[in-house]
Design a protein around this ligand. Structure first.
Ligand code: FAD
Length: 432
């Protein structure tokens, strides 16, 4: 058995995928998760072809397909019925598609795979890792496990504890700020009033945006297909959304005026307020986003991956995909820099930054550029977007570039990754 032993902090998408890929390389992993049980809360999300390539590489694509909902493209509509966004995966290649998934299903398929390595992946739930110290020969991780002080030594530390990480090295952080806009979201029975293989968005200027995402099913109720509904809002208003019965009526009336094709279905699935005039508080939850930009993602024995390394608004739908690509690239870089039980750390980070640096910069740049066009108070943002996007989708080159960007396969402004290079990398020795 290997003597290499890594600590992974955070059992989200990035952390669990990394643990599996390290275990496949016969590396011991202790996976620390702050929550006492794996019970992720959050809206459904869209896995892009790049993320699905990592799923294929991990050997979990078939399980994900059983629970997820196939998505063929994204359509964003204006109140005048004009299609603002009209991006379909087949514009990249006939075989491409996305997969809408409930977060608990995503976690379920990843965690089930991780549990097939009981001798290599050691789960530490209720473990709040708060600091670490590094020496030439090891890294010591410190925190609380079930309220008791904990300290342990490892060969490497992978920080995958999400957008609000306080563990990432502050010296590498260039930007760390909350977005002024977020969203309310809820999960309801599948929307069949619209094409169920499309992510539908409805836009009015940059202040109003409704999204309906096919979300598939949860493991305990595989027959009940679901949709996620998103409603964009400035963060100070999130707590006030649909609090009273008249708010619900006004909201539904507004949607009926602008997008009648979805209004009747919404009126059926959005609950009436209770007898006190309040909406069921559990029906709508709030999502807030952060913008995190780092100068580097790893050095010596420490890596930062997933949202901890590059949180951004979900407008491009790339966060979970990027987390999966980070895990994949990290495992490839370990292969590249490992000689038996020794890792050449500088070689590892050079390889990793080559794999992930320019792609991450591209998506973060684009996300920061376009998010205000969809979510802001800027009076000109919606008009500028409607004009430029309308023109762009008429030019075949840009149409394809948009689909490629959404698919998560861009590795820079003018370069791209190949699905098969990710899915089939090292397949010969990773077939377990
Ligand atoms: C509304 C919304 C919609 C989205 N839609 C999409 C989409 O369509 N497509 C897409 O690809 N992405 C989407 N995203 C982004 C996506 O959810 C994230 O990018 C992704 O989940 C990041 O995974 P992660 O593993 O890096 O972090 P997380 O999933 O946040 O996991 C971090 C884990 O670390 C744990 N943790 C935190 N601190 C500690 C600690 N001190 N010690 C131990 N454990 C700790 C947390 O409990 C958590 O389990 C969306 C995000 C939002 C908010």
């Amino acid at each position: 058995m290997t003597s290499l032993h890594f600590a992974v902090v955070g059992a989200g998408t990035a952390g669990i995928a990394t643990a599996i890929l390290l275990a496949k390389r016969n590396i011991q992993v202790t996976l620390f998760e702050k929550a006492p049980t794996l019970d992720p809360v959050g809206a459904g999300l869209l896995l892009q072809p790049a993320g699905l390539a990592v799923f294929e590489h991990l050997g979990i694509l078939d399980d994900a397909l059983k629970l997820g909902a196939r998505v063929n493209g994204l359509e964003g509509r204006l109140p005048n019925q004009q299609l603002l966004v009209n991006s379909h995966y087949h514009q990249v290649g006939a075989e491409y598609y996305g997969l809408g998934m409930h977060r608990s299903s995503l976690c379920h398929v990843l965690a089930s795979k991780a549990q097939s390595y009981p001798d290599l992946i050691h789960w530490q739930m209720d473990a709040d890792i708060q600091s670490y110290s590094e020496s030439k020969h090891e890294i010591r991780v410190k925190g609380l496990i079930s309220g008791q002080t904990y300290e342990g030594g490892f060969d490497g530390l992978i920080i995958a504890n999400g957008a609000r990480s306080t563990l990432r090295p502050q010296a590498w952080v260039k930007v760390d700020q909350a977005y002024p806009w977020g969203a309310k979201w809820t999960i309801v029975p599948e929307c069949l009033a619209l094409d169920p293989e499309i992510l539908h968005q409805f836009h009015q200027g940059s202040k109003l945006m409704l999204g309906i995402l096919p979300t598939g099913a949860i493991p305990s109720q595989p027959e009940q297909r679901l949709s996620s509904i998103f409603w964009s809002m400035p963060t100070p208003l999130l707590d006030h959304f649909l609090r009273r019965s008249q708010d619900r009526v006004q909201w539904l009336n507004h949607i009926a005026d602008q997008w009648p094709e979805v209004a009747t279905w919404l009126a059926n699935v959005i609950h009436q307020p209770n007898e006190h005039g309040l909406m069921q508080s559990r029906q709508w939850l709030s999502a807030q986003y952060r913008d995190v930009v780092m100068s580097k993602f790893g050095q010596a024995r420490v890596a930062v991956i997933g949202d901890a390394a590059h949180a951004m608004s979900p407008q491009l739908g790339q966060g979970a995909n990027m987390a999966l690509l980070d895990a994949w690239a990290l495992s490839q870089s370990i292969d590249f820099s490992r000689r038996h039980e020794q890792i050449d750390w500088s070689k590892l980070w050079q390889h990793y930054h080559q794999q992930r640096g320019s792609s991450t910069r591209f998506y973060q740049f684009l996300s920061r550029l376009i998010t205000p066009l969809y979510q802001s108070d800027l009076w000109w943002a919606g008009g500028l977007r409607d004009l430029s996007f309308g023109w762009m989708y008429k030019v075949p080159y840009f149409r394809k570039e948009m689909a490629l960007t959404v698919s998560g396969l861009k590795s820079g402004m003018f370069t791209q990754m190949q699905y098969q290079d990710i899915a089939r990398s090292d397949r010969h020795d990773l077939s377990t």
